[in-house]
Design a protein around this ligand. Structure first.
Ligand code: SF4
Ligand code: SF4
Length: 182
């Protein structure tokens, strides 16, 4: 048979010795290795009851931020989408109407904001690009899902809880921001 590379090596198959045919030394060796691990420190943890501390530079699931009055920070400027190397962010801008000043901080807001977590590489460039402190990468994992559609996170999944109506949840989400940044 013609070899595709010059790395081909012929393997010599020696007949098994009597001891090898017994398999007992090999079993004993395997058991010794297993027993030697019993007294070693376990590298595994009981996740999700226990979690490992994150690295200070860990980048997890995105959070769309609100200000202290509960208004959405995002102005749908699109800079995050432009900065995103994976083209994972899409949005639709809308004009704030009179009477909506308590919902949106500026005259323009994102009526639709989506991140495709299957495309996202969690590089953090969207966070870097945002001039309004509107998007952060938290220390939360992207949960598993059975469908592709389930990995497309909309505004309802990304928006931080409203500090006025859900102060505890808001504080909890704030605490999970990297370096406690807001
Ligand atoms: S973390 Fe990176 S890849 Fe993910 S949405 Fe932001 S810019 Fe795009
Ligand atoms: S998240 Fe920031 S960069 Fe992205 S559209 Fe909103 S304000 Fe602009």
């Amino acid at each position: 048979m013609q070899a595709l590379t010059n790395r081909v090596k012929e393997v010599e198959r020696k007949p098994m010795s009597f001891m090898e045919k017994l398999y007992i030394p090999a079993i004993a060796k395997g058991m010794a290795i297993t027993f030697s691990h019993i007294f070693k420190k376990k590298p595994t943890i009981n996740y999700p009851e226990k979690t490992r501390p994150f690295s200070p530079v860990f980048r997890g699931l995105h959070v769309l931020n609100r200000d202290e009055e509960g208004r959405e920070n995002c102005t749908a400027c699109g800079l995050c989408a432009v900065a995103c190397p994976a083209e994972a962010i899409t949005m639709e801008a809308a004009e704030r109407l009179p009477g909506e000043e308590n919902l949106y901080r500026e005259e323009k807001y994102a009526a639709k904001y989506e991140i495709n977590m299957l495309r996202c590489i969690f590089c953090g460039l969207c966070e870097e690009a945002c001039p309004k402190d509107a998007i952060y990468l938290s220390e939360t994992f992207a949960p598993a899902n059975y469908t592709r559609k389930g990995f497309i996170y909309g505004k309802e999944d990304l928006l931080i809880p409203d500090p006025k109506t859900q102060p505890e949840e808001y504080a909890k989400a704030r605490g999970k921001f990297k370096n406690g940044a807001m």
